[in-house]
Design a protein around this ligand. Structure first.
Ligand code: SF4
Ligand code: SF4
Length: 133
């Protein structure tokens, strides 16, 4: 099962090789969906495809190392039947999860979504919906 986990690094933890050390220990290679990390701290969003027990172990390791961990239990949906490709949501999306295809239709790559919700109110026809579970 794939689970999404947001890591928040404080300034003190930002320069420690925490991600590398957790990968080495668990031997699970997460997919980095988004990262904004500097010496002042920041965030990394991971997608971890592994059995639940292994993901729990990985989360526990990050916590032990002083990283704040938040599991993301959300989904975003683009209703293509309602969307008329106005593009209003595109510039608001910080990760490029919403993008315009070559034939000028707007699509959503959910793997890149960090669920910031910025796009949702921008849509005049409510074609973007965020659900939390
Ligand atoms: S919630 Fe919307 S704006 Fe935010 S990352 Fe996801 S698609 Fe982009
Ligand atoms: S704002 Fe709404 S209608 Fe416009 S492109 Fe985005 S999803 Fe489609």
């Amino acid at each position: 099962m794939t689970r999404k986990v947001l890591l928040r690094y404080s300034t003190q933890k930002a320069t420690e090789p925490i991600l590398a050390s957790v990968i080495k220990k668990t031997e699970i290679l997460p997919n980095i969906l988004y990262a904004e990390l500097s010496t002042k701290g920041g965030e990394i969003l991971l997608s971890i495809d592994a059995p639940d027990k292994e993901v729990d172990k990985t989360i526990a390791l990050f916590k032990q190392k002083g990283v704040e961990v938040q599991e993301i239990k959300r989904a975003i949906e683009l209703d293509r039947d309602s969307c008329f490709d106005c593009g209003a949501c595109l510039s608001l999306c910080p990760t490029g999860a919403l993008y315009m295809t070559d034939d000028k239709s707007v699509e959503l790559e959910e793997n890149k979504c960090i669920y910031c919700e910025l796009c949702v109110p921008s849509c005049p026809v409510r074609a973007l919906k965020l659900s939390k579970f």
